[in-house]
Design a protein around this ligand. Structure first.
Ligand code: MCA
Ligand code: AMP
Length: 501
């Protein structure tokens, strides 16, 4: 038996002394150097006592070492569980306990707090690559006998929040990741001559399972930036051939006068996803650079589902066509029946990309993953006469801010717990930089006076800062329909302009 994930993404580059990660200071990590690091890490984790199938939770800054933990997990058959660096100790504790992770890698600054909360083995990996974990690995052999895995074995858990407030671990198999990456590599014409400008985080699908996996499966290299910074991106673009980003990357580039046709002349492909790219951004980008951004659509549970064409028309305001190995249908949300093209309904997808279900949550899995393999995305869409898929809304209460998902329910639960708060509703409103941003609407208990700044501060103790409502407002009562349900659409209309400049 082989190990599809390791063989396809990593093993295939064994012995190559060519650059894999190009750092902005001019240094590079070669494929061989990277694989050696991954093998040392695999040896170290095995020595700690983990066995194939065990989860490794990783909340560390983006670095070559952080990425090598992914390679180590693939080679040794551990399940890679990357976590947003913005998550608080409260959030991290939940993920570690829920997943049953046997090892946590974190920044040294977080170790003391996490040690108080967790029984799990904790090692450190800092943003400069130092830490107790690298120390453990430094004298380990540069080679590791790859552990055989079946294509349906688990490769990664990614946590995604839900409309009930608690996060769910999406279980992704080796074949989920590999099949999707090979499809995208071919569709987007990636080859070993490509240099991808990589400014996304590596703890979510976009930066890890789209960007990094496509680079790995094509043998390309990437300019590996610690995060998005428009000035550095503009400096680096002439050295790259492709870039992937969330819409905020593109609006921030357009806001910068140094971003011109000349700076992007070397680029053959700009890709956008994770949130809707406004038609006006698509058009402004083409006017400025001559490039039409290729928009695609995916989810944590499915990797990528659709893409605009590489050669054909990249149509603004659409997410293109279903990928060659993905079936996509629009269905009636009540009956589940397929709707004719042109009608609006819920988007369902089926294919080798679709995950196995939520970790230890069979009821949640059954609600969203049908027995016939179709996954109910919670997005509302429509297929036009030419076959392009349009996302027209969401059937789930979700806010996407700068490409990060924020589930209102999770924030409402914390707001409701604050002293003096009777109830709350969190809504997404338009925001020029982040696309959408949360606003918290609060109702006070009779006679209570609310300290809104104090509430915001208290909430930030348990929720990652990107989730915090950018504004809190106090109202007498929440608008409700005759069934007693809060009318969030009314609130969204009321506060639609609060961040208009
Ligand atoms: C940072 N902040 C944010 C966000 N990012 N607030 C709201 N939304 C955000 N996305 C807050 C921080 O908490 C901080 O707040 C302040 O902004 C400055 O933080 P900083 O780190 O300097 O921000 P930044 O570097 O300007 O980051 C903005 C960003 C980043 C570059 C747009 O958020 C980003 O890289 N987003 C990409 C997310 C992504 O990869 N999504 C893919 C998910 P304070 O001052 O209060 O501390 S995968 C997915 O969606 C699916 C599968 C798909 O289809 O791809
Ligand atoms: P996540 O839970 O991070 O996997 O986010 C998945 C969600 O992001 C999808 O269900 C969509 O609502 C949204 N999404 C991803 N790509 C796009 C896109 N190109 N246009 C609109 N929404 C998108």
């Amino acid at each position: 038996m082989t190990n599809l994930l390791y063989d396809t993404f990593f093993g295939v580059h064994a012995g190559k002394e060519t650059p894999f990660l190009r750092m902005t200071d001019g240094s590079a990590v070669t494929h061989a150097g990277f694989l050696g690091m991954g093998s040392r890490f695999a040896n170290a984790i095995r020595e700690i006592g983990l066995v194939p199938g065990d989860r490794v939770a990783v909340q560390v800054a983006k670095s070559p070492e952080a990425l090598a933990v992914y390679a180590a997990c693939a080679q040794a058959g551990f399940v890679f569980l990357p976590l947003n660096t913005a998550y608080t100790a409260d959030e991290l504790t939940y993920f570690v306990e829920n997943s049953g992770a046997k090892l946590v890698l974190c920044d040294a600054a977080d170790q003391a707090e996490l040690s108080k909360r967790l029984q799990t083995r904790i090692e450190t990996l800092n943003k400069d690559g130092t830490g107790s974990f690298t120390e453990l690995a430094k004298d380990q052999p540069n080679a590791f006998a790859t552990v055989p895995r079946a294509p349906d074995d688990l490769a990664a858990f990614l946590y995604t929040s839900g409309t009930t407030g608690r996060s769910k671990g999406a279980m992704l198999t080796q074949n989920n990741l590999v099949s999707n990456s090979l499809t995208l590599t071919k569709l987007w014409h990636f080859t070993e001559t490509d240099v991808l400008l990589h400014a996304l985080p590596i703890f979510h699908t976009h930066g890890l399972f789209v960007a990094t996996n496509v680079v790995l499966s094509s043998g390309a290299s990437m300019i590996f930036m610690p995060g998005f910074d428009a000035e550095t991106v503009i400096d680096q673009l002439p050295h790259a051939t492709a870039m992937m980003g969330v819409p905020t990357f593109y609006t921030r580039l357009l806001d910068n006068p140094r971003f011109t046709k000349e700076t992007s002349a070397q680029i053959r492909l700009f890709i956008s996803g994770s949130a809707p790219l406004l038609e006006e951004t698509h058009k402004a980008f083409e006017e400025r650079t001559g490039h039409r951004i290729l928009e695609r659509y995916g989810m944590t549970e499915t990797n990528m589902n659709t893409s605009n064409p590489y050669d054909g028309e990249r149509r603004a305001g659409t997410v293109g066509f279903p990928l060659p190995d993905v079936e996509l249908k629009i269905t009636d949300a009540t009956t589940g029946a397929r709707l004719p093209d042109g009608e609006i309904g819920q988007i369902e997808v089926r294919g080798p990309n679709v995950f196995q279900g939520y970790w230890q949550m069979p009821e949640k899995t059954a609600e969203e993953l049908r027995e016939d393999g179709f996954f109910i995305t919670g997005d509302l869409g429509q297929i036009d006469a030419d076959g392009y898929v349009h996302i027209v809304g969401r059937n789930k209460d979700l806010i996407i801010s700068g490409g990060y998902n924020i589930y209102p329910k999770e924030i409402e639960l914390v707001l409701d717990d604050q002293p003096g708060v009777l109830e709350s509703a969190v809504i997404g409103v338009p925001h020029a930089d982040f696309g959408e941003t949360p606003v918290g609407v609060l109702v006070a208990e009779a006679g209570a006076t609310l300290d809104l700044d104090g509430i915001r501060e208290a909430v930030s103790q348990s929720l990652a800062r990107f989730k915090l409502p950018r504004k809190l407002v106090l109202v007498e009562a929440l608008p409700r329909n005759t069934m007693g349900k809060v009318q969030k659409n009314v609130l969204r209309d009321m506060y639609a302009d609060v961040f208009k400049t």
